[in-house]
Design a protein around this ligand. Structure first.
Ligand code: ZN
Length: 158
């Protein structure tokens, strides 16, 4: 298994509300770009479904210089509905929840911390994923507080 040291967040740069799936992105990457498989390891659909992308044991193709040791997560969306050149954080509530949960699980599995989560725009002159890493870390930390509180409650109820 390759060594994972980073989790990198992306968007598909598709218009807000347009329902694409991992199969669509795979087709763009394989038939369009000539790659061997979809570039991302996970895709988060509009309804929050987490789809597997490229198998985790293979290097992804999503962030130049970072593919060997990272996991790439892509949410569907990321640009304005009527202006595909305009970056916009279009994540649905379901996509946000799934993103936090997936990041949380991957951080535990690979023994990483929130500092090891990054946005594509930190490594390239791109808007992707249409939000900043500071924003994501704030959201995630808030979500974790609620999540841990909920877990505690669950324990008490048993
Ligand atoms: Zn990206």
């Amino acid at each position: 298994m390759r060594k994972i040291t980073e989790i990198i967040l992306h968007c598909s740069a598709t218009p807000e509300g347009k329902d694409f799936k991992a199969a669509d992105i795979r087709r763009w990457h394989v038939q369009g770009n000539g790659w061997k498989d979809i570039g991302y390891n996970y895709v988060i659909d509009l309804d929050g479904t987490i789809e597997d992308g490229r198998p985790l044991y293979m290097n992804g193709a999503h962030t130049i210089g970072h593919n060997a040791n990272s996991i790439g997560i892509c949410y569907v969306g990321g640009v304005e509905k009527n202006d595909p050149k305009k970056p916009k954080d279009t994540r649905t509530i379901a996509q946000r929840e799934s993103m936090y949960m997936l990041v949380h699980q991957l951080l535990s599995v690979y023994d990483l911390s929130i500092k090891d989560v990054h946005c594509h725009n930190e490594f390239a002159a791109k808007a992707c994923p249409s939000f900043s890493i500071e924003q994501f870390r704030n959201e995630y930390n808030k979500w974790m507080e609620d999540y841990l509180r909920f877990k505690e409650k669950e324990k008490e109820d048993e």
